[in-house]
Design a protein around this ligand. Structure first.
Ligand code: NAP
Length: 487
């Protein structure tokens, strides 16, 4: 059992929304039960509709069972957890409606406060302003912002500058839930606690890097949101860029938040800006057409409600170059799409070939070493090495073998990324959250590509739902003599 000294009041705005029920409440339930959140802490849900505390508790109970599963849910533990649950009714725009929250929080005026804004970003400024007007922002208050924080540099700056009127930068926690995954944090452990990788981690030894985040699901009813964003804004500018930073960054001088984030920002600032010719040669955008997933027919993106004329990409692939000494000449290939043939997120670090093969006349080729970091659906790290095929054959035959680097004890419950991130907010540790300059550097680079796409420098391609994307994505890497890891 962990230490129980984390006492705080956690207020979830948009607390009856999908994210709150699917991820936040289960994370808090586990943190509380596992002893990471003191039982004196309160979890205050902000709902739009009038609801009694008893009705709210029953709703949380049923949603917990739905999202963590009946076998994991424990009624005895819930009996204790439910005493931490509170609900207040607020319409974000109605200042008077915050009175109930003021009364609740006012009972413990010096307690640490976490305000989780699980709402559309249009509400961030209003909610922060109301909290300030009601004198609910203290030195020990924090605010957590869900993505998306804008759809370009300008709108992102507008949102951030509004929030910064009421909270200081050190109080703002911008979530990228990919950074809460254990395997993603393991990238730092792998790179910076193993000497063997240190001399190999550069342009002398690494041929290229691939980062793929593929989803088999479509838009899941969120047409209004997704059509405004697309794959570049929804996935690449944030999640894939953060993964790229962890692979490409220099060793930070310590694990403290600013040291790590300083190094990530340096990577983002070293991304080579794309010219119009680069956008044509190094980027692909595409939309899925009808196809089938797991044998079930699925409609195309433009068959969605009101999407007949949509020009939003559901797939993007890019070659990214980093202009610094370490990565000179090493391409980073990024791709992300919806309605792909399977859910799969992975990072592949492909090492260069051996300088000369002594096995060429033995009937065996030598595959390049790869470090494959899988994030979804299962989390694992594998090093692919060459090995001798056992036996007495005349020839020295070779085979590729996988060295599995994970040693998770299967019986322990695997914690979700939101547990890690919520615990870090509770403990005031912003290392895994994006600092303002990181967000802006990523937008600055992505905006150039988005502007080029808006001018139709490259056409929108199409791919069949249930495939690995358009053929142009294969062409993108083939022109450099590379193939995607799944081919
Ligand atoms: P959602 O299901 O629409 O939840 C938003 C909640 O805000 C709803 O419960 C809604 O209340 C409430 N709300 C809206 N306007 C309000 C108002 N004026 N006053 C009071 N309450 C109001 O959205 P979500 O899926 O949870 O997503 C929340 C945010 O997280 C979004 O920015 C989304 O992009 C981001 N996000 C979501 C996910 C996910 O898995 N869902 C993942 C990553 C990021 P009603 O129920 O009464 O409408």
């Amino acid at each position: 059992m962990a230490s129980m000294d984390n006492v705080c009041d956690i207020t979830i705005f948009g607390g009856h929304g999908d994210l709150a029920f699917r991820k936040l409440m289960p994370a808090l339930y586990h943190l509380s039960n596992d002893g990471y959140l003191s039982f004196s802490s309160r979890i205050i849900t902000v709902a739009r509709n009038d609801i009694t505390n008893d009705e709210h508790i029953e709703l949380v109970r049923s949603k917990l069972i739905e999202f963590i599963g009946e076998s994991v849910f424990n009624q005895e533990k819930f009996e204790r957890f439910k005493s931490q649950l509170h609900v207040v009714t607020i319409d974000f725009d109605d200042e008077k409606s915050y009175k109930g929250l003021k009364e609740l929080l006012g009972a413990f005026p010096s307690r640490e406060r976490v305000n989780y804004l699980s709402t559309a970003p249009d509400f961030f400024a209003t909610i922060c302003k109301m909290l300030k007007n009601w004198d609910l922002v203290t030195d020990v208050s924090r605010v957590v912002l869900e993505k998306p924080i804008g759809r370009d540099l300008e709108s992102s700056r507008a949102i951030n500058s509004e929030v910064l009127k009421y909270f200081e930068e050190k109080q703002i926690y911008r979530i990228d839930h990919y950074l809460g995954k254990d395997t993603v944090q393991n990238i730092m452990a792998l790179r910076f606690s193993n000497r063997i990788f240190m001399p190999l981690w550069d342009a002398n030894n690494i041929d290229h890097v691939q980062i793929t985040v593929a989803e088999s699901v479509g838009v899941e009813g969120r047409w209004g949101y997704y059509d405004q964003y697309g794959a570049m804004r929804d996935m690449i500018q944030n999640h894939l860029m953060q993964l790229l930073c962890l692979i490409a960054m220099e060793p930070p001088c310590s694990l403290d938040a600013d040291s790590v984030r300083d190094e990530k920002v340096k990577v983002l600032r070293s991304l080579r800006p794309m010219s119009a010719a680069d956008i044509e040669r190094k980027t692909v955008r595409a939309q899925y057409a009808k196809g089938s997933i797991d044998g079930q027919p699925v409609p195309g993106y433009r068959e969605g409600e009101g999407m007949e004329h949509s020009n939003t990409e559901t797939f993007a692939a890019l070659r990214v170059d980093i202009d610094n000494w370490r990565w000179n000449g090493v391409p980073f290939y990024l791709r992300s799409g919806k309605r792909m043939h399977q859910r799969n997120s992975e990072i592949v670090i492909q090492f260069k070939s051996v300088p000369h093969s002594i096995f060429a006349n033995q009937g065996s080729g030598i595959s390049q070493n790869k470090l494959v970091i899988s994030l979804q659906p299962k989390e694992s790290i594998q090093l692919k090495l060459m090995n001798k095929v056992p036996g007495l054959s005349d020839q020295m035959r070779l085979q590729q073998v996988d060295l599995e680097l994970n040693s998770r004890i299967n019986s322990t419950r695997k914690s979700d990324a939101y547990e890690r991130l919520l615990l870090d907010v509770i403990r005031s540790n912003p290392t895994l959250f994006m600092r303002l300059d990181e967000v802006e550097a990523a937008w600055k680079w992505a905006d150039v590509i988005l502007a080029g796409w808006a001018e139709n420098i490259i056409p929108m391609k199409s791919y069949q739902a249930g495939t690995d994307g358009p053929s142009a994505s294969i062409q993108l890497v083939v022109q450099d003599g590379v193939s995607w890891n799944d081919e």
